[in-house]
Design a protein around this ligand. Structure first.
Ligand code: OGA
Ligand code: ZN
Length: 367
């Protein structure tokens, strides 16, 4: 779509597009969105124009199209000028309320056989020029990626993570190395117990976006890892159990983390949706669920709905099962894919950490 002509009207600047449609941008909006050097800092891209402290006089002298610079210029009676690029006008030609970014639901998997291109790449491939882009693409489409043939060292794993972005800090520290032989484990992570399918950080307001795990040493039996596509479960429930989908996308479930001197709690629906009812985030951790009580009827409906999700997540046929081994680095989308671990005997040492969601989205946008 491109601009055919413009016409100033009382309420704003009417832009006529070459497909026959038109959009009227209000004068105040044009002032506020001006991208001139004075109005939008050319380096930081931060807004300098303030349309609130003084009410601007929005009478115009003229509005012109600059085909060379691909801008629309508005010269105001007060001698100031606003300038907006064709790109911005085109991208906002229709109105919509900003809503949280939905997960890509065109490639959900109900079993590992449904994954079209298996998301595994070699360490050398990852380190090559287009490696990060490929790696991000795997996570975006399938919710996880495995990097094989990596040196079994914590330093290399940290470098791998930092190729994406800085490692996020959390209650567990930043990039960390841990094993299952702590004297006083303060989380199941540091034991040999089984852990049901879950997402990490149901007790923090902003759950980690990505999680990376690399097993550095392994002298154990069991401890298999499982991944389940939580988005696929949500989409299945939307169709097959619409009432339960509504319950799980509207009732806030509290998650908690209680240890010596720490009491974290956050609440959000298991299936977080945006204004368009698209799935934005899955948060599910039955181990970390905090007590709450609804009216008896609603509570029993909640249990039914939660049970359906829980049982689908625990259905082996939906899970991709594999063993985390030295040299194989797993990264998954913690807002989409649930992870689990079988119990084990013996010794296992892992390293890894988290990335923030916005840093993942930023890289996806730019790379
Ligand atoms: C966890 C976890 C996976 C593993 O601690 O939350 O999922 O393989 N650990 O130990
Ligand atoms: Zn976990």
């Amino acid at each position: 779509m491109s601009i055919q002509s413009i016409r100033p009207e009382n309420e704003g600047l009417n832009i006529f597009w070459d497909d026959g449609s038109s959009s009227c941008f209000p004068w105040l909006w044009i002032r506020d969105h001006s991208e001139s050097k004075v109005d939008l800092h050319p380096d930081s891209k931060q807004r300098q124009i303030d349309v609130f402290s003084e009410t601007p006089d929005n009478s115009i002298n003229k509005a012109i199209i600059d085909q060379n610079k691909k801008n629309v210029m508005v010269k105001w009676v007060d001698q100031s000028e606003s300038c907006i690029s064709f790109d911005l006008l085109e991208s906002l030609a229709s109105t919509s309320s900003p809503s949280a970014q939905a997960l890509a639901n065109d490639s959900c998997w109900n079993s590992s056989h449904e994954i079209k291109e298996f998301p595994e790449m070699s360490f050398d491939d990852f380190m090559s020029d287009h490696g990060l882009k490929k790696w991000l693409g795997h996570i975006h489409r399938n919710g996880f990626v495995l990097v094989s043939g990596a040196p079994a060292s914590s330093d290399t794993t940290q470098e791998l993570m930092e190729r994406m972005a800085y490692v996020r800090n959390s209650i567990f520290g930043g990039f960390s190395v841990w094993d299952n032989k702590l004297d006083n484990p303060d989380d199941t992570a540091f034991t040999s117990l089984a852990i049901e399918p879950h997402t990490d950080g149901t007790y923090v307001h902003d759950a980690p976006g990505l999680q990376t795990l690399h097993c550095l040493q392994k002298d154990s039996v069991g401890g298999e890892s499982q991944l389940v596509d939580g988005l696929a479960i949500a989409e299945k429930m939307r169709v097959e159990y619409p009432d339960y989908f509504k319950i799980l996308s509207s009732i806030n479930i509290p998650g908690r983390y209680i240890k010596d001197g720490i009491y974290l709690e956050a609440k959000r629906p298991l299936i977080r949706v945006n204004d368009n009812n698209e799935v934005v985030q899955i948060s599910f951790n039955n181990h970390d669920r905090a007590p709450f009580r609804l009216d008896n009827d609603l509570m029993s409906q909640f249990y039914e709905a939660y049970k359906v999700f829980h049982n689908l997540a625990n259905d082996k046929s939906r899970q991709f099962q594999f063993i985390l081994e030295p040299g194989k680095v797993l990264t998954f989308d913690n807002w989409r894919v649930l992870h689990a671990r079988s119990s084990l005997t013996g010794y296992r040492q892992l390293c890894g950490g988290y990335h923030n969601r916005e840093d993942f989205e930023s890289k996806l946008r730019l790379i």
